[in-house]
Design a binder for this molecule. Structure first.
Ligand code: SAM
Length: 268
């Protein structure tokens, strides 16, 4: 491997490499990895975060899609026996191959912004294996994750993330910390999966369905948008006013609607 090989950042892989040592250090301190822990890094790139994560003594699996980065990473970390590289798409990662006990995995990454939402949903499906997650995302996405009901940021992402996790917007990062600089501001978020969800739904898949339908047309009333799933009487039976718009409902109200749908399907 040529030490002087210069990797050109690729837009299609969402490559914006971190180069600000102060920001890298702040992220590593937030993650706070310890020996004996098991970490998964999504999109290690050229290893900006990877190095510090390995120095913690934790075991680290990384998933990188860009084949050209594989020899760079393998060369850079060739002496580390706590490093395991998987070349491939994090959206297709089979969590079984990591063989981790329940609630143990720490997931981290300066995520490719073009796939951050599907990636978060993929991870939420494995929330029972995860202890915590720390991600760099577009600031606007972090604001949506951390939002409360009543405003324009409250939507499918906020509700499904908050159903599974406690959300902490830790700090913001400007474009200058990256090479090349992205066009948007970024932020670090911490997601901690709940041991038990504060508002458990009988069937979380139905919660997803209700939330998706409700926010498909967020300006309309629930009575209108949920027509295909629940009659107005069923909405009212769940203790929800059908003349409200979806952004006016909190998580527990959406869970009641999902449970109403579950009861309706069980009775059908
Ligand atoms: N962690 C590095 C850093 O902070 O400098 C790189 C961050 S860069 C924003 C995102 C990284 O994710 C790139 O290395 C990119 O190749 C990789 N990537 C993009 N799509 C991916 C996917 N579907 N699965 C795994 N890695 C992916």
């Amino acid at each position: 491997m040529n030490e002087h090989y210069q990797h050109r950042a690729r837009k299609r892989f969402g490559q914006n490499f971190l180069h600000d040592a102060g920001v890298i250090d702040r992220i590593l301190r937030a993650i706070h990895a310890k020996p004996g822990e098991h970490l998964l890094e999504i999109g290690p790139g050229q290893g900006a975060l990877t190095e510090g994560l390995l120095n913690s003594g934790a075991h680290l699996d990384v998933v990188e899609l860009d084949k050209d980065l594989v020899p760079i990473l393998q060369h850079k970390f060739r002496d580390r026996d706590n490093f395991r590289l998987h070349q491939g798409d994090a959206l297709k990662l089979d969590f079984n191959q990591l063989q981790v006990p329940e609630r143990s995995l720490k997931v981290v990454g300066n995520l490719p912004y073009n796939i951050s939402t599907p990636l978060i949903f993929h991870l939420l499906a494995h929330a029972h294996l995860i202890r915590d997650m720390h991600f760099m995302l577009q600031k606007e996405v972090v604001e949506r994750m951390a939002a409360g009901p009543g405003g324009g940021d409250w939507g499918r992402l906020s509700i499904m993330v908050q159903y599974h996790c406690r959300v902490e917007h830790l700090f913001n990062v400007g474009p200058g910390a990256f090479n090349p600089p992205p066009k948007v501001d970024s932020a670090i978020v911490r997601l901690v999966p709940h041991a038990t969800p504060p508002h458990p739904a009988k069937d979380p898949a139905l919660l997803e369905r209700v939330v998706r339908e409700a926010f498909n047309q967020r300006r309309k009333t629930l009575r209108n948008t949920l027509k295909g799933l629940l009659e107005n009487a069923a909405i009212e039976a769940a203790g929800v006013d059908g003349s409200l718009r979806p952004e006016q409902l909190d998580l527990s109200a959406f869970v009641r609607l999902a449970d109403q749908l579950a009861a309706q399907q069980a009775g059908a």
